[in-house]
Design a protein around this ligand. Structure first.
Ligand code: BMA
Length: 359
């Protein structure tokens, strides 16, 4: 997983030659960029819904097709390199996702972010295909079984997968080429709060669900997908999360979802324990390590970035770290700084000290 500097030298030399010959080299793939960031010890930073809204504003289809605003940029002068978006709702052909974002605006944001040189990651808080409830509806333990081949909801679910695939296929740059995406379905499956989580389907069913999704997306011709699996940290049994792992052929990135409380030491210990376990897995299986979701809601600790996050990550080859959304309609539900937020200065220091590459 760790890259030597030699290939990078030759890559740079090849790029120089191409440029001299008047050709534009292909930008590095997202997977390569993640590997490089991990090897350099300078993780990329990601923020969920960064271009769609912030603590006290919303981009709209009427007045902000440029998608220029970002709470993070307001604080540190650059956009996060990773933009997180969620497809929840696409499966039922909703105009907006579960958090109120128009899919049309999300598409523009994804394309704009790609043009700025960023990487787009997609999660999917989809509805419950058996009960009609949401992702958190765990009233039935038969949901996954019902959508696997042979299940009574399988055919309906193929339509849901197609709608998600269609949206991803619609992400095209001005050159008509498909935008590569970091795709992170079926996340936090080591917890029990989603219908695909532990206790609501067997390990074999979970793995079959992932494999089915993978094969379907491949059959739909989606190019350049990087597949990320995100177990959430569990106090007990974290090492056991691997039983819910579809296999090396289906996964590129292994990332930890782990949120903070105001108890810094407890957060640091949980993160380091979780990351140590995932790092072992990544080294054994040749995968890329990440922190796919983290954050402290409402940032009551104004030195959280340097005092909690930095020591939690220290020494791990983490490719990127994503904090969750700054909801515009819930004043206390934010995970990234914004102008005037008490922890904004500490975020700036964290970015500078850790050489976090921004756009
Ligand atoms: C949760 C909260 C919810 C949101 C969900 C999916 O952590 O932010 O408000 O609906 O993520 O984005």
């Amino acid at each position: 997983m760790i890259q030597s500097t030699k290939p990078r030298f030759w890559l740079a030399a090849a790029c120089a030659l191409l440029l001299a010959a008047g050709c534009t080299p292909e930008p590095a793939s997202p997977a390569q960029r993640l590997r490089d960031a991990a090897a350099a010890g300078t993780p990329l930073y990601g923020h969920q819904d960064d271009l769609l809204y912030g603590h006290s504003w919303n981009a709209t289809l009427d007045d902000d097709l440029e998608l220029g605003r970002s709470d993070v940029r307001d604080v540190c002068g650059g956009y996060p390199a990773i933009l997180g978006l969620d497809l929840g709702g696409i499966e039922v052909e909703a105009a907006r996702n579960l958090d109120g974002n128009y899919f049309e605006l999300m598409r523009l944001a994804a394309i704009k972010h790609h043009e700025r040189g960023g990487i787009v990651t997609l999660s999917w808080h989809l509805r419950n295909p058996l009960t009609g409830g949401d992702s958190w509806d765990v009233s039935s333990d038969r949901v996954v079984a019902s959508i696997l081949p042979g299940g009574e909801k399988h055919d309906d679910f193929v339509v849901w997968m197609d709608r998600a695939a269609d949206w991803i296929l619609s992400l095209k740059g001005p050159d008509g080429k498909q935008i590569p995406v970091l795709w992170r379905p079926w996340h936090e499956h080591s917890g029990g709060w989603f219908w695909w989580g532990r206790g609501h389907c067997s390990d074999a069913e979970y793995n079959a669900l992932w494999q089915m999704t993978y094969e379907h997306f491949r059959a739909r011709g989606i190019e350049g997908l990087v597949w990320a699996i995100s177990p959430n940290y569990m106090e007990q049994d974290f090492e056991q999360w691997e039983t819910r792992y579809p296999g090396d052929a289906y996964v590129d990135v292994i990332g930890l979802d782990c949120y903070a409380s105001t108890d810094r030491e407890a957060y640091i210990a949980r993160m380091r324990d979780g990351l140590a376990s995932l790092q072992r897995m990544c080294e054994k299986h040749g995968k890329i390590l990440a922190v796919t979701e983290t954050g402290l809601e409402g940032l009551p600790d104004p030195h959280w970035w340097t005092g909690a996050l930095a020591p939690a990550l220290k020494g791990f080859p983490v490719s990127y770290v994503l904090t969750w959304r700054n909801a515009s309609d819930r004043p206390g539900h934010y995970y990234a700084p914004f102008a005037g937020e008490p922890g904004a200065a500490d975020f700036q220091v964290w970015v500078k000290e850790n050489k976090i590459p921004m756009l």
